[in-house]
Every structure is written in structure tokens, then in C-alpha cells.
Design a protein around this ligand. Sequence first.
Ligand SMILES: Cc1ncc(COP(=O)(O)O)c(C=O)c1O
Length: 299
Amino acid sequence: MSDVTPTGVAFADGAYMPVEQLTVSALDYGFTRSDVTYDVVHVWNGRFFRLEHHLDRFAASMATLRMDPGHDRDGLRAILMECVRRTGLREAYVAMVCTRGRPPPGVRDIRQCRNRFMAYAIPFVWIANEEKQRTGLSAMIASRPRIPAASVDPTVKNYHWLDMECALFEAYDVGADTVILPSIEGTITEGPGFNVFAVRDGVVLTPDSGVLEGITRGAVIDLCRREGMPIEVRPVTVEALRDADEIFATSTAGGVMPVTRIDGRILGNGAPGALTSRIRELYWAWHHNPGETTPVDYD
Ligand SMILES: Cc1ncc(COP(=O)(O)O)c(C=O)c1O
């Protein structure tokens, strides 16, 4: 393979380019109104993990927002493959984005916008660095609630992140690594880029609604069921999370990440819990499973 661009390759408007050349117009409604949806899949050991799940979710998000990326499913898959191939990366973070685009000059009608699709592959991104994966993250529960699901549907992957960004500052101000947002009803939702799981009395719990249906979350639910680990997908109160025996976060950008401190309380003996560690191991083992992965053709 020649001419690889390991820092990242993007696709937009029918052409591939070094990722640094990917731009969005300041007039695109994706920028001015957050009228955009996206998805992120990862490549590990040269294989996409659960690629078809990501393509399903991206299609559903675009359908809800009445967007058309201008490529069918096979076309999208081929573009993602080609972005990765051109980077030569064996471990990559691969994003697909569709913005509302711009209306014709002088017009302000979202129905007349030409939607704009872009994609890029860059080196794998970790929410928690290697040391934090080993020792666990310290999280706080924000006082600021997540945007209500009735206002902005969290199952449509979106860039409405101001609630999470402001909550992150709350966490940084008290020395925590990250933050988990409650709903206005007092149940747990999610955090900036991750879903949340708690373990109480040997049962794994994760919220059933008000969250992005994370692909990593789905993989953890599936692997718990396949391994016979008790799991319940149901509302989790703030109090239940504060009292949990173990907590972990899940994301494409980092997998299963232990949380060992919540609102300053040390969980267990301060090390990642036994069930969390087992689930994390199984999650990464699944990356060698041909049924869960799609190889990248690098030739
Ligand atoms: C708000 C939010 N929740 C959860 C997740 C985790 O989803 P996934 O496992 O599909 O990466 C993400 C990922 O970016 C996210 O942005």
C-alpha cells in the first residue's frame, strides 16, 4: 500500500482529502443551528466493530431529521472503508456526518437545503487515557439536567452538547475527570460521549430511555445476556447510582471504562470492580469475533 495518510483522511463533495482540508461553511445550518446528525464507528485490529449497527443508527437518525446523505447504504459503507484504507490505520475513529446544509441564496426554508454528507477516519480516540482505564475515572453527577428527551431526541446522535460541556466544567471545578447528567425527573441519563452502567448486588443496570442507544451499550447488554450475567435495562435513580457497588461508562471512543469515584465517594476498594473488569475483557475479546466485525481491505 502506498500514499497512506496516517493523520487522517476525509471524504466530502465526491472527493477524498487529508482530514485537515475538510471544512464546513459558516453558513451551513449544521453549524448555525446544530441541525446535524452523525455517527462514529471504530476500527480495531484492522476490522470495523459492529459496522452494520452504526449504519442502521445513522440511517434512523437521518430519517428522523428528514435528511438525505446522497449515498445509499452500500455507498456509505464503501466511503468509510476507503477513508480507513487511505489512512492505513489499524486502529481508527471513523465518523460520518450529515448536516442540513445551506438553503439557496436569499432563502430561509430548511426544506430547500441541500444536505451535506462528509466522513473521516483519524487515529483512534480514547475518552479515558491508559492510566485512567487502569485506575478508573472519577465522575460527578451534575446539578444541570440533560436536555429533555421530549425536546431533543437523544436517540438521534447529535451535537447538542452545551448541557454536557457546561456540566463538564462543573466536574473539572471539583477535580473530577468527567460528569454524568441526571434527567429533570431525577434519573440518570448519560455523559459527554458515553452511556452509564451501575452494578448493584451483582446486577448490571443501565437506563432504558433518555439516552443515545450506544452501540457499545448494546454490545455490553448482549454480552451480559449471552454470558448469563444479570442485567436490567430500566430507570436508574441518582441515588441508586450514588450507592452503586461498581460504575462504568461505555463509548466507541474507549470501550468499557471503569468509574471508581462518584461525587468524591470511592467505590469498593478504589480499583475497577470485578464485573466491570470481566465485561471490559469480554468486550475487547469480541473484537476478534468475525460475527461482530468487518475486515478493512487495505490492499
Ligand atoms: C451522548 C452520547 N451518549 C452515548 C454515547 C456512546 O455511544 P456509542 O457506544 O455508540 O459510541 C455517545 C457517543 O458518542 C454519545 O455522544
